[in-house]
Design a protein around this ligand. Structure first.
Ligand SMILES: Cc1cc2nc3c(=O)[nH]c(=O)nc-3n(C[C@H](O)[C@H](O)[C@H](O)COP(=O)(O)OP(=O)(O)OC[C@H]3O[C@@H](n4cnc5c(N)ncnc54)[C@H](O)[C@@H]3O)c2cc1C
Length: 380
């Protein structure tokens, strides 16, 4: 795959279709469905899904796509990733041939929208203790409960829902594929949110949903193990999302600071402004290097759990800090919607919460590190 060509062609499409409406969609809280359809038709959404089902099979391609979306609208990147990665990748990775035929093909070829539902009103970080139940009834599972904060839920055709399987600890998860229109399945309207406003987030209600046993995804009781790999990919994706965000903020900041005059000179000449730009560049280089390292490790077949965790933690933190600095460089104008800078600050904040909070990332890193050292020295 020629990545330069992918980038050029995608930039052309986004310039025509997403750039003119991105800020308006954010303001109105509207998902740009026509852009989603165009991106799906052109194969950008499914760029990392298997070629035999019509995908592009390219992890490098996915990074390019996520970065380009995030330069304009991190919310669009989030919704597209939730559909094609959180839903699609899990089907590609764990699904039976029949499940792939039934759900992956329409996702890739027929503009279907997917979502992935783990979080519940009473269960967030402590995800293993989901309260949604799944009970076997002949050839069906009866699923009861509710999910919240689910990206794309209000507009989804397909859902992956994680429920308690009746097992213990980590062996207590069942993943199911559900479809819009199944009796007992309903969704809320999109939530009104601080950021990622054009990515529809909502609740999923599950009232005695009869799910055929063929729709169990992966191994019974093992959903929390099965999903680990896709969580690593989700965390890795924070890298290109923040790379896109930082690239836009750097360009906007330099151009603005060059044209804005105070004390008889462009504010770009002030060292305090230059320092902010230098820090943005430094963090962009660091996030890029960590992302490239994680991709390389993944291609070599190594575990990227700790690396993807560290990357998410770091990228999300500097994303928020640097977006705040970009607003600062723009002064009062940066605080307005019109300049398109403060949206990136609101959007970056989500990355410290969704996909595992920064506190959870720290906890995972501490545990992994203590375990590694303990193993090396035969202690702890
Ligand atoms: C816009 C948006 C989109 C989302 N999309 C999805 C989606 O598509 N699918 C999905 O399943 N979920 C989704 N989520 C949910 C997201 O993953 C959760 O919000 C996140 O995991 C945190 O859970 P919580 O909100 O219940 O917070 P809690 O778990 O209640 O945490 C609240 C605070 O307590 C801290 N905390 C909790 N436990 C500990 C601890 N042991 N030690 C220290 N601090 C702790 C947390 O770090 C946090 O600061 C989305 C959320 C948002 C806002």
């Amino acid at each position: 795959m020629d990545l330069n060509l992918v980038r050029q062609e995608l930039q052309k499409l986004l310039k025509e279709k997403l750039v003119p409406i991105a800020l308006e969609c954010d303001e109105k809280g509207e998902f740009p469905i026509e852009v989603y359809n165009a991106v799906a038709d052109a194969g950008y959404g499914s760029i990392y899904l298997p070629e035999e089902y019509g995908g592009g099979g390219s992890l490098d391609g996915l990074l390019v796509v996520m970065e380009e979306f995030s330069k304009i609208s991190p919310a669009f990147a989030l919704s597209t990733m939730s559909s094609f990665q959180l839903f699609g990748y899990n089907i590609a990775h764990l699904g039976t041939p029949q499940q792939k035929e039934k759900y992956l093909k329409p996702l890739i070829q027929d503009r279907k929208i997917g979502c992935w539902a783990l979080t519940e009103p009473d269960v967030g970080s402590d995800a293993v203790h989901v309260k949604t139940t799944s009970k076997r009834d002949g050839d069906f599972f009866i699923v009861n409960g509710s999910k919240t904060f689910i990206t794309n839920a209000p507009i989804a055709d397909f859902f992956i829902v994680i429920a308690n399987s009746g097992g213990k600890g980590f062996d207590s998860g069942n993943a199911f594929i559900l479809e819009k229109g199944m009796q007992g399945l309903s969704v809320s309207k999109p939530f009104k949110k601080h950021g990622h406003r054009s990515s529809p987030t909502g609740q999923v209600y599950l009232d005695q949903v009869r799910v055929p046993k063929e729709n169990l995804l992966g191994t019974e009781h093992k959903a929390f193990y099965d999903m680990k790999h896709s969580l690593d990919i989700e965390r890795l994706m924070v890298g290109p999302m923040i790379m896109g965000t930082l690239k836009t903020l750097i360009e906007k900041s330099v151009i603005y600071a060059y044209s804005r005059q105070q004390f008889g000179q462009p504010i770009l000449t002030f060292q305090l402004i230059q320092e902010k730009i230098a820090r943005m560049r430094m963090h962009l280089e660091m996030v890029t290097a960590a992302t490239e390292k994680a991709v390389h490790s993944l291609k070599q077949g190594h575990s990227i759990k700790s690396l993807a965790t560290a990357l998410k933690l770091y990228a999300a933190k500097v994303g928020v800090e640097m977006a705040s600095e970009a607003v600062q460089i723009h002064g009062g104008n940066g605080y307005t919607h019109e300049y398109g800078v403060e949206m990136f600050l609101r959007d970056a904040k989500l990355l410290e919460i969704g996909g595992g909070t920064s506190e959870m990332m720290l906890q995972i890193l501490a545990k992994d590190t203590i375990k590694d050292v303990g193993k090396k020295f035969g202690v702890i």
